[in-house]
Design a protein around this ligand. Structure first.
Ligand SMILES: CC(C)(COP(=O)(O)OP(=O)(O)OC[C@H]1O[C@@H](n2cnc3c(N)ncnc32)[C@H](O)[C@@H]1OP(=O)(O)O)[C@@H](O)C(=O)NCCC(=O)NCCS
Length: 396
């Protein structure tokens, strides 16, 4: 009975009590992305996520998510020109500030870096569409620069400056890894940014919409989105999946066997201890995560692709036989980012570098048709207590 109450909405007088965690609760409509009515695919503005992930450039997908349609020639030139220009316009004082932060998890650089950006742009915040879309492109272009600069500045006191003459994904990857990526590396990276771009009312997007609904500015809302994504129940699984593979690899080496042979034993041991295997399972995709099909094509083509595909395939086989749970996108992006020489703590920031587009689109959708999001609570604490002065309250 208790379990049933958790999944049903219950009328309580004038109020509706919804399940904890808002599980299965539809809170609003959106035209940006979501699961199709048959529950079979995630849709980006009418297209399947895997179709856009496989074929669209970062600029095309950004145009689609923000404006609702794939761009034509002139529109594509315009969005590319703006994103590339804005990437080179992060205020110098923000780099100065990032020199003095401790070398902790880089998600913090996003939270305060984007708040600092807001101090430049947001005091005179407005809600006309041109202004909103322009700032959506600014934050999309500048957030990756802040993450990459923060990572290097906190560790080496120096960083790689953006090059507005280069393609966004290529340039961002270069700023992270500190070398010029090959064409296939840049495209693999770009495709993951597109796959991460949006995903319905997930926790960080909902956070952004709540902040937007108070009519706060976009930068403050994005800072909130990054803070929500940082939590281990949301972003972070790509980091954990790769850490798991590396731990297993060490153990395999100690035993003198290849990882793809040892991974079965490793996973079974973890499952026997009731531990979760990172990079597996999804709230929506119970049989297959279609985003993995796109990421797989790049893992195969990148450094040690055959080796990593053998490891992934074996892990998938074991998890399916043992638990009937499929791999999710984070298993693949974890390996793919490792193949690109990206430091593991930067994996979740990269998720944010893609998702910032979705957050911005949701911010705009919310403020242009706004209603303050303010649920109510059921107070279950004590009542009727009376204030007692300190000397009497604490008498021994
Ligand atoms: C993503 C996730 C939170 C989905 O959660 P969910 O839909 O609420 O599913 P649940 O957590 O209720 O799991 C249902 C069952 O499958 C098991 N399960 C789910 N994911 C599992 C995993 N990765 N490893 C082992 N068991 C798993 C749960 O333990 C639970 O088993 P039980 O019924 O015996 O208790 C969950 O699969 C998970 O934590 N995965 C690992 C983290 C991850 O990769 N996240 C990225 C998602 S894109």
């Amino acid at each position: 009975m208790a379990a049933k109450q958790q999944v049903e909405c219950v009328k309580e007088g004038n109020y509706i009590r919804v399940p904890k965690g808002l599980v299965n609760v539809i809170v609003d409509e959106t035209k940006i992305s979501g699961v199709d009515p048959k529950g079979e695919a995630t849709i980006y503005r009418g297209y399947t996520i895997e179709d856009i992930g496989e074929h669209a450039s970062f600029y095309e997908a950004t145009h689609l998510i923000l404006y609702g349609r794939l761009p034509c020639d002139e529109e594509l030139k315009e969005i590319k020109a703006k994103i590339d220009k804005y990437r080179g316009m992060v205020p110098e004082k923000i780099f100065d500030a990032l020199k003095y932060v401790p070398a902790t998890h880089p998600m913090y650089y996003g939270i305060y870096g984007v708040s600092l950006l807001g101090q430049y742009y947001a005091p005179d915040w407005r809600f006309d569409e041109d202004f909103l879309y322009d700032h959506a492109l600014r934050v999309t272009a500048q957030l990756p620069v802040i993450f990459a600069a923060g990572w290097h500045l906190a560790r080496n006191g120096t960083f790689y400056r953006p090059d507005p003459t280069k393609d966004h994904a290529w340039d961002v990857l270069r700023m992270i890894i500190g070398r010029e990526p090959s064409e296939i590396e840049a495209r693999a990276f770009e495709s993951t940014l597109v796959l991460y771009m949006d995903h319905g009312f997930n926790a960080s997007t909902f956070t952004v919409r709540v902040i937007a609904s108070t009519l706060s500015d976009l930068y403050s809302a994005i800072a909130g989105g990054i803070a929500a994504l940082k939590g281990p129940l949301h972003g972070g699984a790509n980091e954990k999946a790769m850490e798991m593979f590396l731990e297993a690899q060490q153990k395999a080496e100690a035993k003198g066997v290849p990882l793809y042979e040892y991974i079965e034993e490793y996973i079974k041991e973890k499952l026997a201890k009731k531990e979760k295997i990172m990079g597996f399972g999804h709230r929506i995709y119970k049989l297959h995560d279609p985003r993995t099909d796109v990421a797989k094509k790049y893992v195969e083509k990148l450094k040690n692709g055959d080796y990593w595909m053998k490891v992934i395939k074996k892990a998938e086989e074991v998890m399916w036989n043992e638990k009937k749970i499929p791999a999710n996108i984070d298993l693949y992006t974890g390996v793919l980012y490792y193949q690109l020489d990206i430091p593991i703590p930067m994996y979740t920031p990269i998720f944010a570098m893609g998702r910032v587009v979705g957050w911005s689109a949701h911010y705009i959708e919310q403020v242009l048709n706004n209603k303050l999001i303010r649920p109510t609570e059921k107070y279950v604490g004590p009542t009727g207590l009376k204030y007692v002065p300190l000397e009497e309250r604490c008498k021994k």
